[in-house]
Structures are given as structure tokens and as C-alpha cells.
Design a protein around this ligand. Structure first.
Ligand SMILES: Cc1cc2nc3c(=O)[nH]c(=O)nc-3n(C[C@H](O)[C@H](O)[C@H](O)COP(=O)(O)OP(=O)(O)OC[C@H]3O[C@@H](n4cnc5c(N)ncnc54)[C@H](O)[C@@H]3O)c2cc1C
Length: 324
């Protein structure tokens, strides 16, 4: 049975939609938009052409319609019942570029891949960005998740963030407005990041290249980077590493349906072929339960789970709390 009705939503938006320049689609399969390649449909998916087009869309979209923003989908699990309302995914054309702007700074659009920032930084002998080389997300996702690795994280490099709110008003934020914590930020509610300015420091190109190569080599050795995955499933709890707790609880390689905790890196959950979002989330909650029983530690999800369950296939969090 169809879980969403995009045509009805689109029709309700009225004539203003005709002025939009970006691509709009209804009942859009979200398995194509996420690394897990699982999950249901978005009622409406809009790829704004540029910032003005995004603002025009927000003005056409009634306030009561739920709005979800996605980046490159490398940290997202969309539930099988799909997403009610509109999903915005910035277009690469309007939001995908990164450029060196002088004074040790780079300006990047919010759908620009993290890897591109590393490359632009290296070309301009700017240090401090090698860690982005191994993170497969976008700048918008990095700002939301305070993405980091190999000793660096987003909060250390950002200077200024540009965003648009739900009503289509533009905002400029300072880094301090983002209230970062470990793999999390807490900016004012409901903002869509459009671009950001980053600052590094002068560094020798050969050193930067060597650091980037080390990042790549490390990833290829210890992470299942060619699988359908969402990266680390759970955050590292204070004083512990999530993978060790998972391993000690006997969950390495554990499977439910087509979902598996990777044997190579047991904090990475993978879709081995045709896993449903239900399989993946049920596996994650089962791991949380086993780890709690074994060590008393409550793991918190790092992967964002969004959308709705198929009726009758709801998953109750085993530990009574849902964490994002
Ligand atoms: C193989 C693999 C390895 C990984 N390794 C790492 C790692 O080392 N370190 C690390 O930190 N992460 C890692 N990740 C996780 C992931 O890449 C990061 O969390 C990344 O920052 C997510 O970016 P994204 O564009 O894919 O965001 P998405 O997954 O699409 O979205 C994540 C969140 O960001 C929000 N968001 C995205 N764009 C915007 C925007 N423009 N405005 C407002 N909100 C927005 C979404 O609403 C959502 O809440 C890994 C993932 C994979 C698959």
C-alpha cells in the first residue's frame, strides 16, 4: 500500500510552483538518496536551483507542511513508511562548489562534498582540512553532525554559516551560534544551511598530501567503505569506544534480515543486499539492548533515523528512549 501521496500535496501548493526553477518530484524513492539504499518515499522532493529558488519554494510551502532537509544521505536511515511533507536536497549546481577566497579561507556550498574542501585546501597549501578527505558527507551534513575524524572536526574550521529559515528569511551565523558538541550541533531550530566559510592555516602541500593519503589508507583498511552503510552507527560513549562495547557484547557480524553489523568494523551497520529500514533499525536497537545487558552502557544512535514506520511494523526503542 502507498504510504505517501505527493500528487495531492503538490496540487495543494498552487500556481507558485510554476515559478520554481529547481526539479520537483512526487513520491520520490529515498533509497536512491541515502547510502543505506533502503527506506520509503518522500511525498515531495525539491532540488532548489539556487538560494533564491529555495526561498521561493519556502514561501510557496504552507507552514503546516513538514519540511526535511537532506544532504548526501551518508548519515541517514529513512524509515519504510517514507517521509510526510517536503524534502529539500540542495542542487549540486547551485550549492556544490568550494573556492579559495584568500586569507586562509574557503567558501563552500552546503551540498559540496567534504572531500572537495580537502582538495581545494591542498591546492592552496591550506592545512587543517585533511580529515574531511575520508568523510563521505556534504558541508550541510558536516555542520549538523559536527563531522570529524583523524583528530579534526568541523567546529574547529568554521568561521561563518549562511542559512535560510522555514519562512525564507536569510541568516548569517557565527561559529559560536552553532552550539557544537560531539557529533552534534544545536543551531537555532529549522535552518537550512546554504553555504559556509572555513579557515585553515598555511601548510606544506607535501605534508597535506601525506595526511590525506594516510586518511584514505586507514579507511580502506579498517572500514567497510564500499558497502551500503551510514558510517558509525552509535556515538562513542564518554570513556568508551562503541565498537569495543559492541564486540564485547558479541554483536560483531550480527544479522537481522538483510542488515548486519559489519565484521570488519562492528560499529558500522550494513545493508547486505535488500535490507529494509525496519531490519536496519531493529538490528540497531537489538545491539543497544545487548550492549546494555553486557556492560550497562546505553549506546546513543549517531545515525539519524527519519520518517515514519509502516503501520504494524513500528519499532519500540529497547531502552525506552529514542536518541538521535
Ligand atoms: C563510509 C562512511 C564513513 C563515515 N565516516 C565518518 C567520519 O569519519 N566522521 C563523521 O563525522 N561522520 C562519518 N560518516 C557519517 C556522515 O558522512 C557524516 O555524518 C556527514 O557529515 C553527513 O553528511 P550528509 O551530507 O551525508 O548528511 P545527511 O546524512 O544527508 O544528513 C545528516 C543530517 O544533516 C542535516 N543536513 C544535511 N544538509 C543540511 C543542510 N543543508 N541544512 C540543514 N541541515 C542539513 C540533515 O537534516 C540530517 O539531520 C561516515 C559515513 C559513511 C557512510
Amino acid at each position: 500500500m502507498k504510504q505517501v501521496d505527493g500528487e495531492k500535496l503538490l496540487a495543494s501548493l498552487g500556481e507558485g510552483v510554476k515559478e520554481l526553477r529547481g526539479r520537483i518530484s512526487t513520491d520520490a524513492p529515498m533509497d536512491r538518496a541515502t547510502w543505506f539504499q533502503a527506506g520509503g518515499m518522500a511525498e515531495l522532493l525539491f532540488h532548489p536551483h539556487d538560494e533564491d529558488d529555495l526561498i521561493a519554494f519556502l514561501k510557496v510551502l504552507p507552514e503546516e507542511v513538514p519540511l526535511t532537509v537532506i544532504g548526501l544521505g551518508s548519515n541517514l536511515l529513512v524509515r519504510d513508511g517514507g517521509i510526510n511533507g517536503a524534502v529539500v536536497r540542495l542542487s549540486a549546481k547551485g550549492f556544490g562548489q568550494a573556492e579559495f577566497i584568500g586569507d586562509n579561507r574557503i567558501r563552500a556550498g552546503a551540498i559540496c562534498p567534504d572531500k572537495t574542501i580537502s582538495a581545494v585546501a591542498m591546492d592552496n597549501a591550506l592545512g587543517g582540512f585533511h580529515f574531511y578527505y575520508g568523510i563521505p558527507g556534504s558541508i550541510g551534513g558536516a555542520l549538523t553532525m559536527n563531522a570529524g575524524a583523524n583528530g579534526g572536526e568541523t567546529s574547529e574550521r568554521v568561521v561563518e554559516i549562511h542559512a535560510v529559515d522555514r519562512k525564507g528569511n536569510r541568516h548569517v551565523l557565527k561559529n559560536a551560534d552553532m552550539a557544537y558538541s560531539y557529533r552534534h550541533s544545536h543551531p537555532p531550530e529549522g535552518l537550512i544551511f546554504t553555504h559556509a566559510v572555513f579557515e585553515g592555516f598555511p601548510e606544506d602541500k607535501a605534508k597535506i598530501r601525506a595526511d590525506m593519503d594516510a586518511v584514505r589508507h586507514h579507511r580502506e583498511t579498517v572500514q567497510p567503505i564500499r558497502e551500503k552503510t551510514g558510517g558509525s552507527t552509535f556515538k562513542n560513549p564518554e570513556g568508551h569506544s562503541a565498537w569495543e562495547l559492541i564486540d564485547e557484547a558479541g554483536c560483531r557480524g550480527m544479522m537481522i534480515g538483510g542488515a548486519q553489523m559489519s565484521s570488519l568494523h562492528c560499529n558500522f551497520m550494513i545493508n547486505t543486499g535488500h535490507a529494509s529500514a525496519y531490519d536496519l533499525e531493529y538490528l540497531g536497537e537489538s545491539v543497544r539492548q545487548r550492549v546494555f545487558e553486557h556492560s550497562g552502557v546505553k549506546l546513543e544512535w549517531e545515525i539519524k533515523r527519519i520518517g515514519k514506520f509502516i503501520p504494524g511494523r513500528e519499532i519500540k526503542p529497547f531502552l525506552g528512549t529514542v536518541t538521535d
